[in-house]
Unconditional design. Structure first.
Length: 203
């Protein structure tokens, strides 16, 4: 059986959730085609397929992309993720996250943006959540209006993680009035957060 879903115009997280929900209704040797309207969404679906051990294929059709997922016996659908998306995340007193760039790693900027989006998304699906997230330098762009990871950052915040955004960095990038999530923090706050942290995670 072959099934096609139109996920154009939806957030990246919703696209992944929609695909996962449909995959769970399919049988071995079935095929799912997901239509999206940008390359980043297509790449996110390909990364999800890799994590599930699902063969995938991406085809561009005009300005849209069709990502085909081929169901095999060994594929893995993280059903627990669906539970976490439907229910508030439970906060565990564990670690803080420091993000100093809107990109992850050095090299190609488009790849860096995809990796950062995947990193934030993964944080939002973890059972063990960070207690605090600190954004500084160009990392503050992630919390500004228009950011593609805003939904996941807000989900982390709703789950109990506090988000601190460098006020100096916001001013430097002209984003002081465009902060969409989290709260401005001075250097004294950022230093104290790190001093009190038991574990620190960096992308």
């Amino acid at each position: 059986m072959e099934k096609t879903i139109d996920a154009r115009g939806q957030t990246s997280v919703n696209q992944l959730v929609l695909a996962q929900n449909v995959l769970k209704t399919l049988s071995v040797d079935d095929k799912l085609n997901v239509v999206v309207d940008d390359i980043t969404s297509a790449q996110n679906l390909e990364m999800m397929a890799d994590e599930m051990n699902l063969p995938s294929q991406k085809i561009q059709q005009g300005t849209d992309y069709v990502v085909s997922l081929f169901v095999k016996k060994s594929f893995f659908v993280p059903q627990q993720d669906e539970i976490k998306k439907a229910e508030p995340l439970k906060l565990k007193n564990s670690f803080i996250v420091l993000i100093d760039s809107n990109l992850m790693g050095n090299g190609d900027e488009k790849l860096g943006a995809v990796l950062m989006k995947s990193f934030i998304y993964t944080l939002a699906t973890l059972e063990e959540m960070p207690t605090k997230i600190v954004l500084y330098n160009s990392g503050v762009k992630l919390a500004a209006e228009g950011s593609e990871v805003l939904a996941d950052l807000k989900r982390l915040q709703n789950g109990g993680a506090e988000i601190f955004v460098s006020s100096t960095s916001l001013e430097y990038y002209g984003l002081k009035d465009k902060l969409a999530t989290g709260k401005p923090a001075g250097m004294a706050d950022i230093v104290q957060i790190q001093l009190k942290a038991e574990k620190i995670l960096r992308p």
